[in-house]
Design a protein around this ligand. Structure first.
Ligand code: FE2
Ligand code: FE2
Length: 170
């Protein structure tokens, strides 16, 4: 079956995975330019989901609430908070861990992309056109303050993750 929306997002997940892997390819040192492409690409990806895909699905469902969307939004909050930090080994480990779980909830059978694709079937071309036109998200400089770190840990906790627990488990 043709699933253009699913394919669009799945390809973007793989592209971002590759950018993150390339950013960390050399002896644990982070390639700043490559990480910048990953960071801006991931923020654009989240914007496409939150501003175009999820609302289009909800509209197609006559405003009916999609339960999984709440969890995914909380994950997006946690991921966005992690992208505020200068990328070190720990931040990247936690990001990777959350992205694996998150992408699975979106890609798995009857996951968010399936739900959205089924609901928006008759508007697929329109949704795809909007996705393709989504511009990059401007980014702020990194922030490594203690306040930002505490806020990030809270964002992770709202999404059901514990920063230190993730680090000690991998
Ligand atoms: Fe997402
Ligand atoms: Fe996604």
């Amino acid at each position: 079956m043709d699933r253009p929306i699913f394919q669009y997002f799945e390809e973007d997940h793989r592209r971002l995975d590759q950018l993150l892997a390339n950013a960390c390819a050399v002896d644990g040192k982070v390639d700043t330019e490559c990480y910048h492409r990953f960071r801006t690409g991931l923020l654009r990806h989240i914007k496409m989901e939150e501003k175009i895909l999820f609302p289009a699905a909800r509209k197609a469902a006559n405003g009916k609430f999609i339960p999984l969307a709440d969890k995914l939004r909380l994950d997006h909050g946690a991921i966005t908070a992690l992208l505020v930090f200068p990328p070190d080994k720990d931040v990247i480990k936690v990001l990777n861990y959350i992205l694996v779980q998150h992408n699975q909830l979106e890609e798995q059978a009857e996951g968010m992309y399936d739900i959205c694709e089924n609901l928006t079937g008759e508007y697929t071309e329109d949704v795809l056109a909007q996705l393709r036109q989504t511009p990059e998200v401007p980014v702020n400089p990194f922030n490594s303050s203690e306040n930002a770190f505490e806020a990030t840990k809270r964002a992770l906790s709202r999404a059901g993750y514990d920063y230190n627990e993730i680090l000690s488990s991998i």
